[in-house]
Design a protein around this ligand. Sequence first.
Ligand code: GDP
Length: 335
Amino acid sequence: PNSKAGDGKPRLLLMGQRRSGKSSISSVVFHKLPPSETLYLETTTRIKKESMHSFMDFQVWDFPGHLDYFDPAFDVDNIFEEIGALIWVIDAQDEYLEAISRLNMTILNLQQSYPNINVEVFVHKVDGLSEDYKGDTFRDIIQRVQDELSDQGYENAPVSFYQTSIYDHSIFEAFSKVIQKLIPQLPTLEALLNSLCSTCHIEKAYLFDIMSKIYIATDTSPTDIGSYEICSDYIDVVIDVSEIYGWDRPTENGDAESQETGNNDAESLITMERKGNNYLYLREINKYLALICLMGDDSPADKKAVIDYNVGVFQAALKQVFPRAEREIAVPDQP
Ligand code: GDP
């Protein structure tokens, strides 16, 4: 119900005051910019609609003082009808009262016309704050928003809060939670991942949006940020490799020098590798998604055939869940 766009992709909109970190977030998450290089980014000065090779769709808006986006001249419907979640970025290192009053105004406006849009508040740049101050700031912001909403009779508005920074994985974790709320098939995905894990003795399985490294689902065993980091770093390794060897459309047998095990169906990349005390298994699932599994030491590589088979079953099931993405991969764009 929340992904209203015609192509079925969940749509996100990023808003917040100037210098709150919007361009940095989109550059780090969606364009792989190293966080330290955001210092030299130009601030967002206009509405930017990005089209990306991603499972989700993403737009960034600045909040310039002169632009009142609830102005009737501004085509609000066109925009808000399409989005599932509004991410509101607040700079936690700065004076935030003005940001909160604008946020409150926005939530109240949205509640009247688009009550189903999730409002996801990123209390951002928390890397610069001491633990105590970070917690206090976070609670203070939540309190100020909730007080205003309940004063106005909207205590049940769908508003959530996250502490984020581009200098660690928290921004990816927050995006993952935001996006998961917009996927109606999530319980099905989790059930499929659970059953894959138990059949193959997999410790943790993530379904990643390759491009952004946001995970759109994982099995329901407890998630720790460490396993997310291992898996997400692994994507980087594989994507580097794949850029070199032409991951998109493999034409020949896999490269013998690499750890790669070649492609069985000439469409998806499959690789398994030992990393420290773990085995990592990656398989490209469709145009946007990759499955990454983390296994313990006791899952030797000779079990790979069993895993390949079961992941194949998983992939077939996923085709039913996301028929659209499959159709896209079935008709690859020719280079
Ligand atoms: P925008 O105007 O909302 O697009 O903001 P920018 O993306 O231009 O960011 C403004 C400044 O905040 C830049 O100098 C960024 O380097 C900095 N910044 C963004 N995110 C973070 C963060 O998570 N932590 C810290 N410490 N600085 C950040």
